[in-house]
Ligand binder design. Sequence first.
Ligand SMILES: *Cc1c(COP(=O)(O)O)cnc(C)c1O
Length: 376
Amino acid sequence: MIPGPTPVPEKVLQALGRHPIGHRTKEFQELVESTTKNLQWLHQTQNDVLTITGSGTAAMEAGIVSTLSRGDKVICGENGKFGERWVKVAKEFGLEVIEIHSEWGTPLNPEEFKKILEEDKKKEIKAVILTHSETSTGVINDLKTISSYIRKHNIALSIIDCVTSLGACNVPVDEWQLDIVASGSQKGYMIPPGLSFIAISQKAWKAAEKSNLPKFYLNLKSYKKSLLSNSNPYTPAVNLVFALDEALKMMREEGLENIFLRHNKHKLAMSQAVKALNLKLFADEKFLSPSITAINTETMDAEEFRKTIKNNFDILLAGGQDHLKGKIFRVGHLGYVNDRDIITVISAISKTLLDLGKITTKEAGEALLVASKNLK
Ligand SMILES: *Cc1c(COP(=O)(O)O)cnc(C)c1O
């Protein structure tokens, strides 16, 4: 139960085991056509959705290098490990970065984006880069509000890391007019790592015409050109595309609303159980990610706690990153996760706390009760 790689359904695993086919065949083109349509459905968009072979970071980097130019001014929102990564990428490519910070565990403040964008009368800011669901802290940022401020600016593109929000909660790409939305296969998609996805708007394609940052493999224009014939510029991870096809079919069967409801109830069950167990949520409770719950262990060593749960129950939980190592642990509930998984992980955490003498059976019972109330 880590926030990626996430569990993979049997059907999807079986699709992976097929013999690979030529990526220039009609059969593969048909697959690209249908997965692209289903990806547009998942993103709630008419925009192009490109599939590249590479992890989520490749998708974000592709979005940046394909649309921006040397010396461009960008805003980067940073309230966790991934936000920090996009600051590094932007700087690596020589962009002039204005950072908007928020303490890890708290959301970015949309008003700070508004202020800087409004003050940019010369329209020098070319993009706003941020992470929707910050996996390192379990915080979801208010993308809806921030994107409305980006639109008012009119020039800046939005380049959004939706790696742990897409396929977990509502990310209506067209309604919010998001320009670049990046996601990765090993998160909400229920398939192994290796593919990533980029939804890209007409406005972003216009910017791509003028972009002069160095790029080759990650030049999205090549992917767009190939997609016109349902093809790929380079050899894609063919078997992962088989898996993608199956996974997207399963998602369509479940339906977007149901997928969002499922993630929401698991988020509520987890967060309420955590409180009943006298543990502290690391993230601001009004901004909990649908995909990950980060738990503050305070006096306990979170790494020891994680190890005990792995040894006793064979459940892998994620640790804290950087300065949070040993201080928090994180439960991933993204993708192919059901009520049983949630009840099991809560029970495993409760039993471990009982053994450590941190709680009594009263709290353990209460945690299961509040969790079950949400699992209907
Ligand atoms: C997993 C993840 C990524 C992508 O990381 P990769 O290891 O490159 O797949 C990006 N952003 C967030 C928020 C993530 O959780």
